[in-house]
Design a protein around this ligand. Structure first.
Ligand code: CTP
Ligand code: MG
Length: 588
């Protein structure tokens, strides 16, 4: 019976990591001290199920209570806490560094008032002629040795938590994965070690808070809404931050008030107005806001965006000012990730696989599938297996209550059930992650992309409405295809890679002779071992050495296949390749 209790999860990790060297044991130790739940806030732990809105509200308040202070080294912790405790009680502190010189402590006060008091008492650098701007990003000046030490030395201070904001080194990750006990453990470990951690979330909400703080004087209702993988539960360490800056949400009309603000009407239409506003805000950020670098405006895109880099947070940020559907979409994905504990580890594993075999490339947009589309494909697969693990979206829509009604400024209806405590759907599926992974590859290697489309709303294949290579219905705007960008070549590649992956996963023996190439590692390193389509479609790209190394081809005969479609495809590849080799041999 499949049951993911936290205990089993940690036991698995301990078993898997126990035999490894000291570095790996340290990781294991640090895993034990943190919660396995995605969000570790006290408030979250006490709630049965935390809705996306509740999580967002908690994280926003946390950001309002926090400061990021650049320090000489982590040894400054005691002195910094002792100094800051004069402004209010401290709740938590986190340390990370970006290089030997760039050390940071994120300090959370118990109350917003403590943080505000610290900001009010902070000063500007008198040697620096820059225009003074308030932000939660500060540095801790060395103590004047002539002055006595701070009086608050003996105050209680929070324990300093070390967390990384960067991705784990690939070699280290592979070391850990190779020492796992099973493919299931590998999938769980991969998820645990690469998912965005508590500090990763804190610094992202702090980045949003910086914009709110900077513009609050002029726009009292400003709100930075985080969305995308940073908050939907599918984000990995170091992922980009997507945010929407809202200037006119939460309009408060004070009943009985007779003093009404004069405001300015814009003569521009919606889109041009957004573009102009973004242009101005982009310039403000570029010119005045500390740590914000490399501001690029992409205002002619369907959704105008501004890209920038945050120096202290080592973070790439995309911000827009419209498109609340993106935000509600994140809420939907968050919800699906919460329904079953297998969803996120499976998505992480497939995102990693897709990136390593070259199906996705999140740093550049192109004709390939995006991480977002791939995630929807995984969710759709989980709706379509024999005993579905996820309900169709129509179930979520039908179960919605009046509290769930959301309509965007463009009249897009984003109403669906938010509170999972009210969901009646229960899965009877108890399959392991390993088997689900294999089934995913089998499902898509035989999926009829030519005739069928993918729709989370129906939760089953639909008749494809147009001639795009892949049709994935946008669950919030059903007339749109989220994979419209994907070319036929990329679809072929997807089919080929899913077939390859199914074959590898079926043939991999758990823990074979070579510890570095079993289970997920054999999937992730498949490039080295598998016959690529170009080897027989485009002969000019054939690598001669690949043709003569026919070990992998011989292996095909030894393997038994559960899936007959894969078996026949593999045979076909084998025959074609052998034909190509014979032809090649004749010509030389
Ligand atoms: N989105 C959407 N419709 C699309 C594409 C994106 O609604 N056609 C929304 C989704 O909520 C998505 C978010 O915009 O999560 C951000 O898109 P993107 O950055 O491309 O994807 P992420 O999910 O953030 O994944 P990644 O880690 O690759 O950034
Ligand atoms: Mg993103």
């Amino acid at each position: 019976m499949f049951k993911f209790t936290k205990l089993k999860y940690l036991n698995n990790l301990n078993k898997s990591l126990g035999s490894n060297n000291e570095v790996l044991k340290n990781i294991s130790r640090s895993l034990k001290t943190t919660s396995t739940k995605h969000f570790t806030n006290d408030e979250i732990k006490t709630s049965k199920y935390t809705t996306f809105e509740e999580m967002t509200a908690i994280r926003r308040i946390e950001a309002q209570k926090s400061l990021l202070v650049q320090v000489n080294s982590e040894n400054s912790h005691k002195e910094l806490c002792s100094y800051c405790s004069q402004f209010g009680k401290l709740k938590s502190s986190f340390y990370y560094n970006l290089s030997e010189e760039l050390n940071f402590i994120l300090l959370e006060f118990d109350e917003i008032s403590g943080c505000n008091e610290a900001l009010r008492s902070s000063s500007f650098n008198e040697d620096n002629p820059a225009i003074p701007v308030i932000s939660p990003f500060l540095w801790f000046k060395a103590r004047d040795t002539n002055k006595p030490k701070s009086v608050n030395q003996n105050k209680e201070m929070p324990h300093l938590i070390h967390q990384t904001i960067k991705c784990l080194d690939e070699n280290k990750l592979y070391d850990i994965l190779s020492s796992a006990e099973s493919i299931d453990d590998q999938i769980l470990i991969l998820h645990r070690l690469t998912q965005l951690n508590d500090l990763g979330l804190r610094i992202r909400y702090l980045a949003g808070h910086q914009l709110e703080m900077a513009l609050n004087g002029m726009f009292p209702n400003i709100q930075a809404c985080l969305f995308g993988s940073s908050v939907n539960g599918f984000g990995k360490l170091g992922c980009d931050l997507d945010l929407i800056l809202r200037l006119n949400d939460n309009y408060k009309t004070i009943s009985g008030s007779r003093l009404i603000y004069h405001t300015k009407m814009s003569r521009l239409n919606g889109r041009s107005q957004t573009q102009r506003q973004m242009e101005v805000i982009g310039d403000l950020m570029h010119i005045f806001l500390p740590a914000i670098n490399n501001v690029r405006k992409i205002l002619n895109a369907r959704v105008p965006i501004i890209k920038y880099n945050h120096e202290c947070l080592d973070l790439d940020i995309d911000f827009s000012m419209s498109n609340m559907t993106g935000f509600y979409m994140s809420e939907l994905l968050y919800l699906y990730g919460e329904i079953d504990e297998r969803v996120r580890p499976l998505v992480f594993c497939l995102r990693k696989w897709a990136s390593l075999v070259g199906l996705t490339n999140s740093s550049t947009p192109g004709r390939w599938i995006t991480n977002f589309s791939l995630t929807v494909m995984v969710l759709f697969f989980l709706q379509n297996i024999k005993k579905p693990i996820l309900p169709s979206m129509s179930v979520l829509i039908k179960s919605a209550t009046p509290n769930d009604i959301r309509v965007t400024e463009d009249n897009i209806n984003c109403t669906f059930l938010r509170d999972l405590n009210k969901l009646s759907f229960k899965t009877e599926n108890v399959e392991s992650l390993h088997h689900l992974l294999l089934q995913f590859f089998e499902f898509y290697s035989t999926f009829n992309f030519q005739q069928n489309g993918i729709s989370l709303i129906e939760g089953r294949p639909i008749t494809k409405p147009d001639h795009s290579a892949i049709w994935i219905t946008n669950p919030l705007e059903p007339l749109l295809n989220v994979s419209k960008n994907v070319s036929y070549e990329e679809l072929e590649k997807l089919k080929m890679e899913t077939r390859n992956a199914a074959w590898i996963l079926e043939s991999t023996i758990e823990k074979n002779k070579d510890p570095s190439s079993w289970g997920l590692m054999s999937l992730f390193q498949s490039k080295k071992r598998i016959v690529k389509p170009e080897m027989f479609f485009k002969s000019r790209l054939v690598d001669v050495t690949d043709l003569f190394k026919d070990d992998s081809i011989k292996d095909y005969d030894k393997i038994s296949y559960k899936n007959t479609a894969i078996k026949s495809t593999v045979k076909q590849i084998q025959k074609t390749t052998q034909r190509e080799i014979s032809k090649f041999m004749k010509n030389i």
